[in-house]
Write a protein that binds this ligand. Structure first.
Ligand SMILES: [Zn+2]
Length: 575
């Protein structure tokens, strides 16, 4: 019964639309109350039993009364004499003029005793149910209290009660709502009146986004919520409890996090009313440092790389995938990571870390890939990455020599060859010459492409060259130089190599490798140039010596981060 009555009133109130301009900012004597921030479920709703009969009130709404109230009447109040009957009231019209009502004109001061000011407190706000719970002071000799709601500049009775608390519905999120509470004595005379109580539950925020700043910093930003004047930011690591991190007026914040940990963040819009803080509904998002590839340690391992490739391919599955193109001599998978549209007409093949101790090249390439993925739908260097990589994809062989890298990282730091001690860059099937010994880092292997790593690279090179327009970038270390020489007579190939070389020099700032020796046997770059007729450049990243110390990783990455993008942009525009 009571429930029904409540629902009826709720429905009635929910249909209200208030003009913000009708709210009168009269100074309120109501003291600030304890902050209420039950943004989730809000306080436990009391049964709205405080709402009694929603029947027609015989009492006029307070604004229509010329009662002896010291409080300035709401400005939007119509002149009392012009409106003797409270016609806006949801009262049955059969009751035309309640005789008990003091006619305003005849009785300008119906109440001898002054009307008391009724202090009101905000007990809680429930964003989910769009309700507020108010509590007010007892007024002596009050027989009942009437709660009014401001609708279309007119105070409408929504509840009458003998209690001094009640839960009332609001028109909606982000909409201003005004209440007023009046007390009446047994003679139906008004004895007290509250100030106008303005309540607003801010709308839920939208477009909550997280952006990785670094491995230990995340940026949150969102769209301002209607009615909100500030926001709580809560955060937690998975499995822990939410903590209030800070309160902001802006719609963004930078927060410190721990790398590789799962976080959840919650933004709660706030409205600061004279009654305290009213919190809207929280918006949540989860976050894990999106940068998987770490440059924070020197030994970037094969298994770490495998895990990062899987994480990137999972997170950015629309733009990147990987395939196994072969196995190392010890049976480790050699991956080809494909960035962009697999069906693109053009492709850049990036081959990294043929030489074991040069694994800085794997870090640089992994970081480069991640950089492209993080910015895939953005414009970088004046190029929309999604456009470039949909016309020219990139195949990355991130670690061509995993067995050798493991040897270098665990046992012999200066190891250069594969597990058999073969220098893979002497093992390619062009101008092959059996040379060196497995121990000195220049061993060619017994025959051309004897090694499974070489076979995997040759096979992918051939396959790509058949189906796409191919250019190759090889990453080695160290020296900060670029190889881009050409000794043949093919003008097109010369021009292509020259273009790639210029882009590489300009982008990285590295020197020419023109003075670094002549040709070598079984070399991948010569195999590409003279056998496959594929343009390529070879980049040597880092300085000092191999393995390159980790402090050089970031600068090597920065010098190279745009390189493949620029080579791809060139390739797709020049064929
Ligand atoms: Zn090398």
């Amino acid at each position: 019964m009571k429930k029904t009555a409540y629902l009826c009133i709720t429905a009635l109130i929910l249909s209200f639309t208030l003009k913000p301009s009708t709210v009168n900012a009269a100074a309120s004597p109501v003291q600030e109350t304890a902050k209420t921030s039950n943004h989730t479920a809000g306080i436990k709703q009391e049964q709205p039993g405080t709402l009694e009969e929603p029947a027609a009130s015989e009492k006029p709404a307070p604004s229509e009364k010329p009662a002896a109230s010291e409080e300035p009447a709401p400005s939007e109040e119509p002149a009392p004499s012009e409106e003797p009957a409270p016609s806006e009231e949801p009262a049955p019209s059969e009751e035309p003029a309640p005789s008990e009502e003091p006619a305003p004109s005849e009785e300008p001061a119906p109440s001898e005793e002054p009307t008391a000011e009724i202090p009101v407190q905000l007990l809680g706000a429930n964003a989910a149910e769009k309700t507020v719970t108010l509590k007010w002071d007892n007024v002596n000799n009050a027989e009942e209290y009437v709660v009014f709601f401001l609708k279309n500049k007119t105070w409408i009775e929504i509840s009458r009660t003998q209690e001094t608390t009640g839960t009332f519905s609001l028109a909606g999120y982000g909409t201003k709502n005004s209440f007023k509470i009046c007390s009446y004595n047994s003679e139906q005379r008004q004895t007290g009146e509250s100030s106008e109580i303005k309540v607003l539950i801010p709308a839920k925020i939208k477009k909550l986004q997280t952006t990785a700043y670094s491995k230990t910093k995340v940026k949150l930003n969102w769209k301002a919520a209607k009615g909100a004047d500030s926001y709580y930011i809560y955060g937690k690591q998975d499995g822990k409890k939410y903590k209030l991190i800070k309160t902001v007026k802006k719609t963004d914040a930078r927060l410190n996090i721990k790398d590789k940990k799962n976080y959840r963040f919650k933004i709660v819009p706030l409205f600061k009313s004279t009654l305290g803080t009213i919190a809207g509904t929280a918006s949540e998002t989860s976050y894990k440092n999106t940068e998987f590839v770490s440059m924070g340690h020197q030994k970037y391992t094969y298994s770490e790389m495998c895990s990062d490739i899987q994480s990137l391919c999972k997170k950015y599955s629309e733009y990147v995938s990987y395939e196994t193109i072969g196995y190392s001599e010890k049976g480790r998978k050699i991956y080809d990571v494909i960035l962009g549209d697999k069906e693109a007409d053009h492709t850049i093949l990036v081959v990294s870390t043929l030489h074991a101790r040069e694994y800085i090249a794997t870090v640089v390439c992994m970081k480069q890939l991640e950089y492209y993925l993080l910015n895939y739908n953005k414009t970088v260097d004046g190029k929309k990455l999604s456009d470039i990589f949909s016309n020219c994809n990139v195949h990355y062989i991130m670690m061509a020599n995993p067995d050798g890298v493991i040897i270098s990282q665990t046992n012999k730091a200066r190891w250069k060859g594969n597990a058999n001690g073969v220098n893979l860059n002497r093992n390619f099937p062009y101008a092959f010459k059996r040379d060196g010994s497995p121990k000195d880092g220049s061993y060619s292997g017994k025959k051309a492409a004897s090694e499974s790593e070489t076979q995997a690279i040759v096979s992918l090179t051939k396959k790509l060259n058949k189906t796409q327009t191919l250019a190759v970038v090889s990453y080695h270390a160290m020296g900060q130089i670029v190889f881009g020489d050409y000794g043949g007579k093919n003008q097109k190939l010369r021009s292509d190599i020259t273009n790639m070389y210029k882009i590489a020099r300009n982008t990285t700032g590295y020197s020419s490798a023109a003075n670094y020796g002549g040709t070598s046997n079984g070399n991948y770059r010569e195999y590409l140039t003279y056998k496959m007729k594929v343009p390529s450049v070879t980049i040597e990243v880092g300085s000092v010596s191999c393995p390159v110390p980790k402090y050089q990783y970031a600068s090597a990455f920065n010098r190279n981060k745009l390189l493949i993008l620029r080579e791809a942009a060139w390739l797709e525009n020049n064929f």
